[in-house]
Design a protein around this ligand. Structure first.
Ligand code: ADP
Length: 445
């Protein structure tokens, strides 16, 4: 039988469908990122630019002044605490604000300033005196649309004539009415209905079309076709902008159908390394022993803040309970929680209100652990076939380039199988993982 079928207490737990966090869809992940991120991510790479017309000069700006924004918008930008354009904004903004407007496909990880950039482009292009929709922005979900709406509100704070409306299921309008708001944000299905079936929007008057989170978008059945159908109703001279955090072949194919003659901007994410991390493993026989080893570690060294990863919700819940009984201030992040609840838990942890964050693998994907000095793999990361999940391992404990502080990673091994996983992870990264004797902890720290 497969190793996955041989699961028993104390062995590496394999992702099973019933235990899979249902809320772990891409949209939830993306929303979580937005909810917890309050500033730009560090990125040391340079932006790659592919211009539609390679002979035209490439402008990039180092300040918002250079963009000759409307004063109300410049005020909005500074009001948000932005001092200068982010890396992607340096190149994307001049392209988006150029006359005539240029089409753009931009890819960079979440937190690099894409939303702020296209919001600024939309706000710059609308004419508030015209009381009809001029910009459409499609997002994969209602919640994500709402987040974009909030950015428009903040940035447009000093430009109150510009109004926003949400094209989302549940927002029922009277038949025959015409929208007066200049910006419409929504999900593809409702947006399409509003443009064609109900004619609340005259698509021929749209000047800017934004498709946000293209990678998340195409993960939902139907969104791709609906988006393309909206795009086809728009005038030829409408500016088309598409954004994505990742860029697989499927996203690229979709992007090219949405955006004709695009400029393309890409920003690679910083590579994570294990170079500044001290890695250890602890040998145990079962989860209770792992818990005791953990207590020993806590007794021996001062841990400012730790993140502890478990494979299932059940283990995470159990461990959080045990740690609280020991007197630790524990936060638990689990898949049954709403995204907003998860964000609140992460915020509290970031503020230092809790010192330990226990989480399942799936839940914590995409969360930065910059300030966490100790990461404990209570269960080693494995994929659905029970093979080592090297990528997750790296992402959990790795740090990016020159911003990386020194860190400590402790792996709990509780079976031959998990020892094998550990060895394979060690070989994969070609970095030694030292054995740690939890009865003699002088060596760490
Ligand atoms: P993305 O859409 O790529 O995920 P956002 O536009 O949401 O990125 O920006 C990420 C975070 O950084 C947000 O909190 C946003 O307010 C902030 N931000 C965006 N642009 C700037 C800037 N030029 N300077 C400072 N902070 C910025």
């Amino acid at each position: 039988s497969s190793p996955a079928a041989a699961k028993s207490e104390g062995e590496v737990e394999i992702k099973s469908t019933e235990d899979e966090d249902v809320k772990d869809d891409k949209a939830a992940q993306s929303l979580l990122n937005k909810l917890i991120r309050s500033n730009l991510v560090n990125n040391t790479n340079t932006v790659e630019v592919l211009q539609k017309d390679p002979n035209s000069p490439l402008y990039s700006v180092k300040s918002f002044e250079e963009l000759r924004l409307k004063p109300q918008l410049l005020q909005g930008v500074y009001g948000m605490g932005f001092n200068r354009p982010s890396k992607i904004q340096e190149t994307a903004l001049p392209m988006m604000l150029a006359e005539p407007p240029q089409n753009l496909i931009a890819q960079s990880q979440s937190g690099t300033g894409k939303t702020a950039a296209f919001v600024l482009a939309m706000l710059s292009h609308v004419d508030p005196n015209n009381r009809y929709p001029q910009c459409l922005c499609v997002s994969p979900t209602y919640e994500l649309a709402l987040q974009t709406g909030k950015v428009i509100e903040q940035m447009g704070k000093h430009y109150p004539e510009v109004k926003v409306v949400y094209a989302i299921r549940g927002n029922k309008l009277q038949r025959g009415m015409k929208l007066q708001e200049q910006i419409v944000i929504g999900t593809p299905g409702t947006m399409l209905d509003w443009c064609s079936k109900f004619k609340f929007i005259d698509p021929k008057k749209i000047m800017v079309f934004v498709l946000d989170e293209a990678d998340v978008m195409i993960a939902t059945q139907g969104h791709q076709d609906q988006s393309i159908r909206i795009q086809r109703m728009l005038p030829k001279n409408c500016q088309m902008l598409l954004f994505s955090a990742t860029f697989e072949e499927t996203v690229w194919n979709f992007a090219q159908r949405i955006v004709p003659d695009p400029n393309v901007i890409k920003l690679k994410r910083d590579e994570e390394t294990l170079d500044t991390i001290k890695q250890y493993y602890v040998l145990c026989n079962c989860k209770e022993e792992k818990f005791h080893a953990l207590c020993n570690i806590y007794g021996a060294i001062t841990i400012a803040q730790a993140m502890i990863f478990c494979h299932t919700r059940k283990t995470a819940g159990w461990l959080a309970g045990e740690l609280s009984r020991e007197g630790h201030q524990v936060a638990l992040l689990s898949g049954e929680m709403q995204v907003e609840q998860r964000a609140a838990v992460i915020d509290r942890f970031r503020e230092g209100k809790e010192k330990v964050l226990v989480t399942t693998n799936v839940c914590a994907r995409g969360i930065d652990v910059e300030q966490v000095s100790v990461v404990i793999n209570f269960d080693l990361p494995v994929d659905k076939d029970g093979n080592p999940d090297n990528e997750t391992y790296l992402h959990r404990i790795g740090r990016t380039g020159r911003f990386g502080k020194r860190g400590l990673a402790i792996n709990m091994v509780d079976s031959k199988m998990s020892m094998n996983i550990l060895q394979r992870i060690q070989e994969h990264f070609n970095k030694k993982i030292e054995k740690l004797d939890t009865d003699d902890l002088d060596e760490i720290e």
